[in-house]
Design a protein around this ligand. Structure first.
Ligand code: 5RP
Length: 232
């Protein structure tokens, strides 16, 4: 079974958590896209929900498929957000932002009673950091901010290369909020909790890819079915 089949399996199981009348956050990425397509089928068959997308990309897909959308301005409190992840550990600490949507994803997830993570089996790791760690940075003064990120990261034992993300044309990738993403090839991150807090104190850093203490459960798709991972 491919990783994509496992992602679809996980998204299918997430449907079991959705109830009539719920207000939902919709994640971003290929796993979340499975969820959006499956949810659209339920909506077409009469399920009544309203959703806040975590990116322009997810908004466009949900709209095209006829899922009722709202905004956090109109609906500031949500029941569940369902989203993918790039990595997670046994404590259900996540790294997200591979799709560049980490800021809206975190705002929407923390506006929700529960965040449910949907993933294939490859995303569970012993130690976070194998996936290049994304940091969202305001373009103004970004070289200064990058230097500060390097210094702070080194204090936390993370010294790998830091690169500004580029789009398919080699231009700087811009998030939906028109910020840059810096991908940090730290390797194993010894103290995610400490690094998260320190990075977010740097002026110019909007947010970083750690989701710590946010997710309540991960639904992991495997070749044999699905299993749930809850924070230890
Ligand atoms: C986007 C994300 C995604 O959830 C993450 O990149 C996982 O993507 P995929 O489901 O395609 O593996 O954080 O910003």
């Amino acid at each position: 079974m491919s990783a994509d089949d496992q992602k679809k399996r996980s998204a299918e199981r997430a449907l079991d958590f959705i109830e009539e009348g719920m207000k939902l956050g919709l994640g971003t990425g290929s796993t979340a896209e499975h969820l959006v397509r499956l949810l659209a089928e339920k909506v077409a068959n009469g399920l009544n929900v309203v959703c806040v997308p975590t990116s322009d990309r997810t908004a466009a897909l949900a709209e095209e498929l006829g899922i009722p959308l709202t905004t956090l301005s109109d609906t500031p409190h949500l029941d569940i957000t369902i989203d993918g992840a790039d990595e997670f550990d046994a404590q259900l600490r996540l790294v997200k932002g591979g799709g560049g949507a980490l800021l809206r994803e975190k705002i929407v997830a923390t506006a929700s009673d529960r965040m449910i993570v949907i993933t294939d089996a490859s995303k569970q790791v012993e130690t976070l950091g194998a996936f290049p760690f994304p940091i969202e940075v305001i373009p103004f003064g970004c070289r200064t901010t990058e230097e500060k990120i390097k210094r702070v990261a080194a204090d936390f034992g993370c010294t790998g290369a830091i690169e500004r993300r580029a789009d398919e044309y080699g231009e700087p990738f811009l998030t939906d909020s028109e910020n840059f993403i810096y991908d940090c090839k730290f390797g194993a991150i010894p103290d995610p909790d400490g690094l998260e807090k320190a990075l977010n104190l740097i002026p110019g850093v909007v947010d970083n890819g750690f989701f710590i203490g946010i997710a309540s459960v991960a639904i992991v798709g495997t070749d044999d079915g699905t299993h749930l991972v809850e924070p230890k």
